[in-house]
Design a protein around this ligand. Structure first.
Ligand SMILES: Nc1nc2c(c(=O)[nH]1)N[C@H]1C(S)=C(S)[C@@H](COP(=O)(O)OP(=O)(O)OC[C@H]3O[C@@H](n4cnc5c(=O)[nH]c(N)nc54)[C@H](O)[C@@H]3O)O[C@H]1N2
Ligand SMILES: Nc1nc2c(c(=O)[nH]1)N[C@H]1C(S)=C(S)[C@@H](COP(=O)(O)OP(=O)(O)OC[C@H]3O[C@@H](n4cnc5c(=O)[nH]c(N)nc54)[C@H](O)[C@@H]3O)O[C@H]1N2
Ligand code: SF4
Ligand SMILES: [Mo]
Length: 673
């Protein structure tokens, strides 16, 4: 038996773990690492299940072509030949890639995959970011001038923490990593900080909060606009605004939120006017605010304007990049605070050939382009790199048909999934315990400027291979350079590749590699965004596209007020990560359609129900849940039996600025099957 210190690579929290491995290289136990400065010994049930997942009978061991086990050389030769022939006949854009959650923590693998696609000359890159939260980088780009600005809670100083559509007790944070969430939120309260939650469900986090407001789904933009309206009247940091906001833009913002009076917003959101007043008072009391949205906002129709109002609230209270509000983590490795920035004009590039109006941002196409591109015959070979699109992308039926029509669907995963079932080629990837890693990009979501390193905990099992090795081998066959110039496939290792990244970080290679329990360089840092990122130190507080979207949403609300229909909303579950880990143990009992008892009339718990949206239907088991607002129907995604992706469609209401498909707040009906 030996204990190996490592970190969990399932979610952004990246908790420190200690893995006990026996002499047969079997994982006996995973527990929290008490010495880790951010997770402090905490783990959740997913992290503790890493060992069970590692030894899961569904693990992928050998390459397969159309259901038949083959050797690696055979598989790689076959794929290389296919890719070469497809590019010769149709050009590089006939090869595409979907990179998702399962590869976000495989630093070497992810980089190699992206470089492989880029070196082929293909623009067909898709990531889970555009079915999760493109509104955040969009608003960051439009208001702050750079899409990479991710506000982080100043948890050591903040006096008001407001969560809008995020449930960190279960998710451990959206775009902010929050390990050990219960203790952390209690510490905030013990310091005298207030916690407010806006969520149509009385969530686990809401139960810990000082106050919980439960608006009708997708009305958050109105609640936040009301807040901005009132704070502009009394409570704004006017001297800050003079220095950091153009007065004409401030006038536009003021006019835009003017219609959001307490009576209008109370009626639209069903939040009591007194509760709205109390929220305004809380902001005035606190002076500066720390507020975050989550997927409850980012998947809805009003994602951009809700996020915008959240940014506006921070700016009018002088809360961004200043103590007690939100800071911007420059990253341990990235060191964003040492670079020079030129503010982006915020204009997107054109979409793929079949959907030129889809915005190309952040160097990728929105996922809404995947199905149309396949249907048009433009995209013929698709690599899926740590993703399960069948349970993640909108419009299950159309997606299935599209994936089945590809010349090749090449899936790199660690287990059998709904998507490997459709694959022509399956390539078994090294799991998290089988590779060395350090967090790349994701270090900018942490609550401190910090990093950590882990070597492989167990040797590669069966015939699995590191993803970087697979892409480098394909690159070698196709004559494209995947590894850094100085390295050959024969002498590259996990470590030499990581060393290359680390050589440009705050600490030296030795310091990072020694950080087995993580290392904190500093807590929150302030000022670099004002100094280096903002154009002349100013926020663009009223970007034209967002003003236009807000005004249009108000007009629609007045013309077609909706006060009856049930609305579909998303929800994470503690023991699985999207579709991952759902099948270990007996977890299928968690496939549920959650609805308020009043919303479903005669129907009772355990009834099999049909949920219908304008775009499709899904069958599930009803769980009546009085913690939900009466008009909210919550269906967690990631399940196959009740696949919520059957209720969405890739072409329905795609946001023109972010490319996000409408996934939350969709009207639905629920009836007995
Ligand atoms: N309707 C609706 N749709 C949604 C959502 C919703 O709430 N409602 N949520 C959206 C969100 S937020 C997201 S992020 C997406 C998620 O979309 P995806 O990221 O596509 O979904 P996952 O189920 O997380 O798939 C990750 C895959 O990676 C594999 N994997 C795990 N570890 C490794 C590894 O080390 N290497 C490799 N190569 N693979 C690995 C897993 O086995 C799994 O198959 O879905 C989105 N879709
Ligand atoms: N255990 C676990 N952790 C996870 C994941 C997982 O699947 N399981 N997935 C990971 C991923 S990929 C992501 S993106 C993050 C997401 O992290 P979060 O965004 O924190 O995700 P949720 O826990 O689903 O919280 C979303 C909340 O929004 C609420 N909501 C829904 N509609 C509305 C609305 O219209 N307005 C408001 N105000 N609220 C609304 C829901 O009731 C829910 O409580 O979690 C990550 N962590
Ligand atoms: S919260 Fe759970 S899944 Fe996320 S990193 Fe920590 S142990 Fe892993
Ligand atoms: Mo996500």
């Amino acid at each position: 038996m030996r204990d190996e210190t490592s970190f969990c690579r399932i979610c952004n929290a990246m908790c420190g773990i200690v893995v006990t491995v026996d002499d047969e290289q079997r994982v006996q136990r995973v527990r929290g690492d008490d010495a880790h400065p951010l997770s402090r010994g905490y783990t959740c049930p997913k992290g503790r299940a890493i060992g069970t997942f590692h030894h899961d009978p569904r693990r992928l061991d050998r390459p397969e072509i159309r259901g038949e086990v083959v050797g690696w050389d055979h598989a790689l030769d076959d794929i290389a030949a296919l890719v070469r022939a497809t590019i010769e006949a149709n050009g590089p854009d006939s090869i595409g890639m979907y990179l998702a959650s399962g590869s976000a923590f495989d630093t070497n693998g992810r980089r190699a995959a992206e470089r492989f696609l880029r070196m082929l000359g293909s623009a067909q890159k898709y990531t889970a970011a555009t079915i999760d939260t493109p509104s955040k980088p969009l608003v960051a780009e439009l208001v702050g001038g750079w899409s990479g600005l991710t506000p982080v809670w100043d948890h050591e100083r903040s006096s008001l923490f407001l969560l809008v559509g995020s449930n960190p007790l279960v998710s451990h944070g959206h775009s902010n990593a929050m390990p050990d969430p219960i203790v952390r939120l209690r510490e905030h309260k013990a310091r005298g900080g207030e916690l407010w939650v806006i969520d149509p469900r009385r969530t686990e986090t809401a139960r810990l909060a000082d106050r919980h407001l439960a608006p009708v789904p997708s009305t958050d933009h109105l609640v936040l606009a009301h807040l901005v309206r009132e704070i502009l009247r009394d409570g704004a940091d006017h001297s800050y605004l003079e220095d950091h906001v153009d007065p004409a833009a401030l006038r536009v913002l003021t006019q835009t939120v003017e219609p959001c009076t307490r009576e209008m917003v109370a009626a639209a959101s069903t939040v009591d006017a007194e509760d709205l007043d109390a929220l305004v008072d809380a902001v005035r009391r606190a002076g500066r605010v720390s507020a975050l949205t989550g997927t409850g906002v980012s998947m809805g129709k009003h994602a951009n304007i809700t996020e915008w109002m959240l940014w506006a609230l921070h700016i009018v209270t002088g809360s961004y990049d200043r103590p007690g509000g939100m800071w911007f983590n420059p990253g341990y490795l990235l060191q964003l605070d040492t670079r020079e920035w030129t503010a982006s004009d915020g204009l997107p590039g054109p979409g793929p050939a079949s959907r030129p109006l889809l915005p190309r941002r952040f160097d990728e196409y929105p996922c809404a382009g995947v199905v149309p591109e396949i249907e048009a015959g433009n995209l013929r070979v698709l690599f899926v790199v740590g993703g399960n699109p069948i349970c993640a992308l909108p419009g299950e039926e159309r997606l299935r048909a599209a994936l089945a029509s590809l010349d090749a669907l090449i899936v790199l995963d660690v287990v059998r999934t709904d998507t490997t079932e459709l694959a022509t080629h399956i390539l078994p990837a090294a799991g998290q315990l089988e590779r060395a890693d350090l967090p790349w990009l994701l270090d900018a979501y942490q609550l401190a400027v910090a990093t950590q390193y882990t070597p492989a905990v167990v040797p590669l099992g069966a015939e699995r291979r590191a993803m970087w090795h697979t892409f480098a081998s394909l690159g070698e066959r196709l004559g494209v350079e995947v590894l850094p110039r100085s390295m050959s496939l024969a002498d590259a290792t996990d470590e030499t590749l990581l060393e290359q990244i680390t050589s440009r970080s705050r600490g030296g290679v030795a310091e990072v590699f020694a950080a087995r329990s993580g290392t904190v360089h500093s807590g929150a840092v302030f000022g670099w965004v004002h100094e280096r990122v903002l154009d002349h130190g100013r926020w663009r507080i009223a970007p034209a596209p967002l003003v236009e979207q807000f005004t249009a949403a108000l007009a629609e609300h007045h013309e077609r007020p909706d006060s009856t229909s049930l609305r579909l909303i998303p929800q994470r579950q503690l023991r699985k990560m999207n579709s991952q880990l759902r099948d270990i143990g007996d977890r299928t009992d968690q496939v549920l359609v959650h609805a308020h008892p009043q919303a479903v009339g005669e129907l009772i718990d355990g009834d099999t129900v049909v949920v219908e949206s304008p775009f499709g239907s899904a069958i599930g088991v009803l769980h009546t849940d009085a913690s939900l607002a009466p008009r909210a129907v919550s269906i967690p995604h990631g399940w196959h039996t009740t696949n919520v992706c059957a209720l969405t469609d890739t072409d329905a209401e795609v946001d023109p600025y972010s490319g996000m498909v409408w996934q939350s707040g969709i009207p639905v009906t629920v009836r007995r099957a």
